[in-house]
Write a protein that binds this ligand. Sequence first.
Ligand SMILES: Cc1cc2nc3c(=O)[nH]c(=O)nc-3n(C[C@H](O)[C@H](O)[C@H](O)COP(=O)(O)OP(=O)(O)OC[C@H]3O[C@@H](n4cnc5c(N)ncnc54)[C@H](O)[C@@H]3O)c2cc1C
Ligand code: SF4
Ligand code: SF4
Length: 408
Amino acid sequence: MSLDDPAQPVWAPPLREAAPRGLCTDCGVSRLAEPQQCGSACQFIKPDYAAMEARVHGRARDEAKPDELFFGPFRQLLRASLKAPIEGAQWTGITSRIGEKLLETGAVDAVLTMAPDADDKWKPVPVIVTKAEGMAQVRGMRMGYAPLLALLEPARARGYKRVAIIGIPCQVHALRALEKSLGFERLYVIGTPCSDNTTTANFHEFLGLLSDKPETITYLEFRADYHVELRFEDGRKKAIPFLMLPLSDLRPDFFPLTCRTCVDYTNALADITVGYMGGTGEQWLIVRNERGSELIALLGDELKTGAPENAGNRAGPVKGFMANTERSAGGLPLRRMPKWLRPIVGWLMPRVGPKGLEFGRARVEMKAIETILHLRREKPRRMKAMVPPHVWKLVAPYGLKPEAGEQD
Ligand SMILES: Cc1cc2nc3c(=O)[nH]c(=O)nc-3n(C[C@H](O)[C@H](O)[C@H](O)COP(=O)(O)OP(=O)(O)OC[C@H]3O[C@@H](n4cnc5c(N)ncnc54)[C@H](O)[C@@H]3O)c2cc1C
Ligand code: SF4
Ligand code: SF4
C-alpha cells in the first residue's frame, strides 16, 4: 500500500536529509529545522537520566525499591497479553492496540510510529497514523532504526495537538529532551525495550546465516526462553537455541557502537514500556506514571494481566557473558562452547536459567557490562559523559569500577 498520500490513514511524509553525526542512530532530530538540537537531545552525548526521569515521572528511579535500579521508575510490573492476540503483531499486539484505542476514542489526533518499507519488510519507515484502522499496517517488528522524530514537524504542520509516539529508547530520550518546546497539548509515549539493534542492511546478513532462503523469513524474535523464533512464508516455525546461533560468525562491527553502548535497555522515559523480557513467554509491561496507567485502562478487559515470574540466579550467566564480551571487546574471538555440548546446554538453559524478572535483570546487567567494556576500548574519552551513575551500580557486583577519568 502506498504511504505517499497524506489523505490516507498511514502517511510517510517526505523528510529532510540527516546531518552528519558521530555516534548516532538517526533518531530524526538532525533532520529537523534546527538540527543543532542534537547537542541537548542526544542520548549519546551527555544523558542525565536522573533529572529527566524526575521531570517525566515526578521522581528519579529509587534504588532502594526492588528493581528500579534495573528497570527505571515504575508503578507496576505486569506479565500481560491481549486475550485475543492480533494477527501480524510481534507478540499479542498490546503496543499497536494502545495506538488503535487512542485513535478510536479520539484521545489523540495522530500516532507516530514505523511501517514496513514497501520493498523491504524489515526496513522501518517513519509514518503518521491518523485512523485506528491504519494501525494494522504498522504491527510487528522491523529491524533497524529510522528517523521517527523527523515526523514531529509534519505532524505539527498539520495541526495535530494530541499525539502518541511509539518508539525505542534512543528516540524516546531525544523526544523527552525536546518535549517542552514541541507545544503539544497531550503527548503519550509508548516505548519498547531495545537492544542489539543494527542497520537493516546488516540484519539481512544475519538472516542469510539463519536460512538458505532468508527472503522467506517473515518473523524473528529473541524469546525469553533462550530461543530465537523464526516464522516463514509457508507457515513453518523454527526455534533456534541462542547457543546454536551463528553470532560468532558476525563481523566485529556488525552491531554499531551506539547499540553496543546504549544505556537504556528498558526505555525508562516512556509512559509505559511494552516488552517481553520479564514476561516468561508472554508480554511484559512496565507502567511508569499516571499516563501509563491511563493507557492500560484504555485496554480494559481486553488485557489479561498477572504478576511476573521470578526464578533462577543470574550471576553465572552474567559472569559468562562478561568473560566473552571482554574477549570480543579485546579483539579476540568469542570462546565457543564445544559443538557437542551446545545442544545440551541449549536444552538446559530454559529449564535452569534465570526466568521472568530475573531474566530481565540479567539482560540489563549484560547490557551495562557491554556498554562499559566496548566504550572503554573504543571511545574511552566519552565514558565520563555517556555512562550514567546507575550503570556503574549495575556493573559493580561484577568487579567493574570506574577507572581514572571515567566518572565525574
Ligand atoms: C529493534 C528492536 C529490538 C527489541 N529488543 C527487545 C528486547 O531486547 N527485549 C524486549 O523485551 N523487547 C524488545 N523489543 C520489543 C519487542 O520486540 C516488541 O516489539 C514489543 O514487545 C511489542 O510487542 P507487541 O506485540 O505489543 O507489538 P505490535 O503491536 O506488533 O507493535 C509493534 C510496534 O513497534 C513499532 N516498531 C516496529 N519496528 C520498529 C523499529 N525498528 N523501531 C521503532 N519502532 C518499531 C511498530 O511500528 C509498532 O508500532 C524490541 C523492539 C525493536 C523494534
Ligand atoms: S541520535 Fe538523534 S539526537 Fe543523537 S545525533 Fe543522531 S539524530 Fe542527533
Ligand atoms: S540498541 Fe539502543 S541505541 Fe541501538 S537502536 Fe536500540 S535504543 Fe537505539
